[in-house]
Ligand binder design. Sequence first.
Ligand SMILES: [Zn+2]
Ligand SMILES: [Zn+2]
Length: 428
Amino acid sequence: MCLSSPIPGQTTNGKGGTNTPEVSATNGGPCSLGEGCSSRTNGDLKHRGRHTKLDQATTEATEQHTKDEDNLGYKEENAVYKENNAKLETKQQEATVNEEEEEEFKPQIRWPDLIAQTFLHSGALYGAYLLFYAKFYTFLWVVVTIWVSGIGITAGAHRLWSHKSYNASLALRILLAFAFSISGQRDAYTWALDHRIHHKFSETDADPHNAKRGFFFAHVGWLFLTPHPKVAAKRDVIDMSDLEADPVVMFQRKYNVPLFALCSIIIPVLVPWYFWQEDLWMSFWINFNMRFTWTLNVAFFVNSVAHMYGKRPYDKNIMSREAPIVSLLAMGEGWHNYHHVFPWDYKTGEFGSYTLNVTTGFIDLCARLGLASGRKVVSPDMIKRRAAKCGDGTRFLSDDYAHKDQVWGFGDRDLPREDLAELAKMQN
Ligand SMILES: [Zn+2]
Ligand SMILES: [Zn+2]
């Protein structure tokens, strides 16, 4: 609820009514000032007369301010269109039309993307078959490139650039941008933008891979279907100023295509051919298609499996789950119920074990080397409170901490102090 409360402000600014008519409708009650004012006491209303001019001046100042920058960090100069009355009216008319269209929204197949995904996946199967005939070093090379590109996604695009859960030095950011380019998952800016939308509007029409639309859509369908209009609308309102100020991110975004060709195709394919004379044909299917598709699917598992199968110890009201198998494959990104509740925690999970959270180990190592700092965590008390309030009751049941708060009976020194006080009262 709190997540969407800034949006009505957005509707009144330079974006016109195009983006969020639905939000205004749903949040109008608690967030709208209009209703509250009319129901005030006579005393309050008396003051309103005296304050009219002042209010008007304040409103004008506020309007001027929201034209420059709203409370989401939205910048008017970056807007696709600039606000003026004529355009605003046109946009409002369009919004009405869009509302009608939204109800009838039917996703269309984007054929070039579907063909690309079909090529990647069928080529990956062929690559997996060829791996049986490849040189041993080629196999090792695949593992290394999967691991390095995986760190680029998890420690880079995800925990650093999407969530700002720690700070990275320039050297580390360059390293992560290079590693992320190997993964071939577009540019880190676009990745982080979609991921921020996914968190902020999770499991709604505005979620790019809304898990409520089924496993297949959340897994891969969203990549070759036209996005819901609300997804496109939300792309305009997410604050990305921090990434726009990062020259490494903007460089990687600007040169995304040549970087993709170099880091995701040329280097992975040519290294085995040049250094240990692997067959070039085999190297292509294994080191591009298979390696690329594997990483892609592991990332997809977080959107599909970790939103559908598993426990919800921290908040049972959201779809994201704790999925240890996804954590194993995705270097620690499967603790997804925790992550959606506390997205600023650099560990993306409650516990510090590196076995099912390799990325946390990597960030801790970087911190020791002086490359990372400001790692953000959540206090045990905050976790406990949230789990008690919203969790499904499974916190601690399936790990080393199981039964940590259990006692053997009366006289156990681990009995909580409040319980002891109450017991003492009952005995008197
Ligand atoms: Zn996230
Ligand atoms: Zn998620």
